[in-house]
Ligand binder design. Structure first.
Ligand code: GZL
Length: 326
């Protein structure tokens, strides 16, 4: 009877005999070279166009390559996402694509997959680097440079306003790497490049349109002198437009709004003059994610961090680029 590596590991991991025969994975578990795979994709939620576009991209690529996709939706719960990964392990997937909803709670899922001998590729979001390492605990991170996204939006603002303005910041999901890094990139760039600009308040809208609207309403009431809103994603920026208009102010005139993602409604809002600029964050992960998995199986060295390039939208190009927005 052939006991495959994973069964033995999962079945007897921790016993001296197992460790004697199967050394614990110091590095990322290997992936056998095959034509097709049974892969898991653990999504965070499906409550906005960005997540839906990412999921569609992964499902399309799995279908194109004839891979069986075990898809889960954590419905905005990090705890459920951990359970989802554990269920994929129990189903014996060959490989896991994971977009960790928050940086710390998903560490046990990454480690459980490693212990089970299943390589994990982090797509879009990452985990706390002090708790898990690329190239050791998981294969790699592929996604945008979120710090740079925040910096690019800040630089556009400084240039456009001559370094003047009072900012309200709508943060993404608390504990999520894009929220942490978009805040760091933006706030540090404003501090360093525009001493006269001030961030009046900063609060999470959880990357959601209605929550973003509610938070923007509250902050606008508390800070009637605000002249800028920086939203960590378009959904919250679109919510903020509604809040600005409800406050009897004109978005793009009284309040300059900037954002990140590049969803169709967001780019259209630039065309309509309601949003000033958006740094793109492409959700189209499918082709690259599967290419990395097959390259890994073929024995190629995979870099620990693979950055997706982001385009930038403003009034100079939004109209012509609208068709290519997601
Ligand atoms: C960013 C991604 C974020 C998007 C949001 O890579 O994780 O999650 O910016 C989405 O729109 O909810």
């Amino acid at each position: 009877m052939i006991i495959d590596r994973r069964t033995l590991l999962v079945g007897t991991v921790g016993s001296a005999a197992a460790l004697a025969i199967w050394p614990a994975f110091a590095a990322v578990p290997p992936l056998k070279k095959k034509d097709t795979y049974k892969v898991g994709f653990a999504q965070t939620e499906s409550n906005n166009p960005w997540r839906l576009a990412q999921t569609a991209s992964m499902q399309d690529e799995a279908k194109k390559r004839g891979c069986q996709l075990v898809y889960t939706d954590a419905a905005s719960s990090a705890a459920k996402q951990v359970a989802d990964v554990n269920s994929m392990i129990a189903q014996g997937v060959d490989f896991i694509f994971l977009a960790p909803r928050e940086e710390k709670p998903l560490i046990p899922a990454v480690m459980a997959a490693k212990k089970a001998g299943i390589p994990v590729l982090l797509i879009d979001r990452s985990v706390d680097p002090s708790l898990a390492k690329a190239g050791e605990d998981y294969l790699a991170f592929v996604g945008s440079n979120f710090i740079q996204e925040g910096q690019r939006v800040a630089e556009w603002l400084i240039k456009t306003t001559g370094g003047k303005g009072k900012i309200l910041e709508l943060e993404g999901t608390i504990g999520a790497s894009p929220a942490n890094d978009r805040k760091k990139g933006f706030d540090d760039a404003i501090k360093a490049g525009a001493p006269d600009m001030v961030i009046l308040a900063s609060q999470s809208g959880d990357f959601a349109r209605d929550k973003g609207r509610q938070v923007a309403e509250t902050l606008l009431q508390a800070h009637s002198d605000a002249t800028i809103i920086y939203a960590h994603n378009d959904e919250m920026a679109l919510g903020a437009i509604a809040a600005v208009e409800a406050a009897g102010k004109v978005p793009g005139k009284d309040i300059l709004i900037v954002s990140i993602d590049g969803e169709k409604d967001g780019v259209q809002a630039i065309v309509d003059g309601k949003i000033g600029a958006i740094c793109e964050c492409s959700p189209h992960f499918g082709p690259k994610a599967f290419e990395i998995m097959y390259s890994y199986a073929a024995g190629d060295k995979i870099p620990p961090v693979i950055i997706n390039p982001d385009r930038f939208y403003d009034a100079s190009n939004a109209k012509e680029m609208l068709a290519s927005a997601f």
